[in-house]
Design a protein around this ligand. Structure first.
Ligand SMILES: [Zn+2]
Length: 198
């Protein structure tokens, strides 16, 4: 079982538009990252207001900063990221070379790189597991063990099932029951939508 399903793997377009601030790339990142955090693959609908933009190669370092000018607004260096992964990753970069994201099983892999998928699996219960040494390093550094990743994965699965079932509700012969269930779903969806904006 691979970590991400094919339609949930991010793919950056080659966007070279000059922008004043990297945040101007947010709408394009949302499209290219399939509305998901590049690192944990959480979909943003349940907490969109807390999704951020990570610089894969960090802009700021305690040691000498990397010289590359591409690292601030260059689209190819941006990752749509949940707050949890972005905060955990911060300016970590274990190698001294901005062009070498990992070495000796320490460091990162660009989430748009297909190799990212080889580092983890998704268990049927929604938990993420590392399956390589490098994956294990990333897993611990980004706190991919946090329950929120499992919960959001399962919520998304449940929503998918609800979407499949909903068109069949009109087969219910008990009209009162039909009304109760559809009202429940309306309320549920309104809360999910609201949650996304707080
Ligand atoms: Zn994340």
């Amino acid at each position: 079982m691979s970590f991400r399903e094919a339609d949930k793997i991010p793919a950056r377009r080659n966007i070279i538009t000059a922008v004043a601030s990297y945040s101007a790339h947010r709408p394009d990142l949302i499209i290219d990252f399939k509305q998901r955090c590049g690192y944990c693959n959480d979909i943003h609908i349940y907490r969109i207001a807390s999704f951020e933009i990570d610089h894969f190669i960090p802009r700021i370092r305690k040691k000498k900063p990397f010289l590359s000018i591409k690292t601030d607004t260059d689209y190819s260096n941006l990752v749509y990221s949940c707050k949890s992964c972005n905060n955990a990753k911060r300016n970590k970069w274990p190698t001294d070379d901005e062009n070498i994201p990992n070495r000796d099983d320490k460091g990162f892999i660009d989430p748009c790189d297909i190799e990212y998928d080889s580092q983890f699996i998704r268990l049927p219960n929604g938990q993420i597991r590392a399956v390589t040494k490098l994956g294990d390093w990333i897993y611990k550094e980004l706190r991919l063990d946090k329950p929120q990743h499992e919960i959001i994965y399962n919520l998304e699965q449940l929503d998918f099932i609800i979407d499949q079932l909903e068109p069949n509700l009109n087969k219910l012969e008990d009209i009162a029951l039909y009304k109760r269930i559809t009202n429940l779903l309306l309320k549920y969806r309104a809360y999910v939508k609201q949650l996304g904006t707080v």
